[in-house]
Design a protein. Structure first.
Length: 133
């Protein structure tokens, strides 16, 4: 998969202010501020580059106010969703980002449901939904 690289000006023009803040500047949207996503089968894509990230069937209600998934779209950690260490806010967390464009998506925590035990807590503004045809 080819990397997507753009200038800040190009990203800002494509994404708009809130998505730019989250995807390119590692921001976080406030909990509960993003509308709920469709319940129909489909795939959540990166708003920055269109890479497939999460399948609707892997979404669950975590009660956190952010869309949550228990695994990336292909189930192989690191394939479409990359990880890095985040030491902001006086704690250490695992940040997740789009492997194709390096856009910040959110964080992954070890308190999710089976079968993985993971909770990918994702900013809704970083995703687009593509319904299954």
């Amino acid at each position: 998969m080819d990397k997507v690289i753009k200038t800040d000006e190009e990203w800002r023009a494509q994404l708009g202010p809130e998505a730019f803040k989250v995807l390119r500047k590692h921001g976080t949207e406030r909990a509960g501020t993003h509308e709920d996503f469709p319940k129909d089968p489909g795939t959540y894509m990166c708003k920055g580059c269109g890479a497939p990230l999460f399948d609707q069937s892997h979404k669950f209600d975590s009660g956190t106010g952010w869309p949550s998934f228990y695994q990336p779209v292909d189930g192989v950690e690191g394939a479409q969703v990359g990880e890095s260490q985040d030491k902001s806010w006086f704690m250490t967390r695992t940040e997740v980002h789009c492997a194709r464009c390096d856009g910040h998506l959110g964080h992954v925590f070890p308190d999710g449901p089976n079968p993985t035990g993971l909770r990918y807590c994702i900013n809704g503004v970083a995703l687009d939904f593509e319904p299954e045809e």
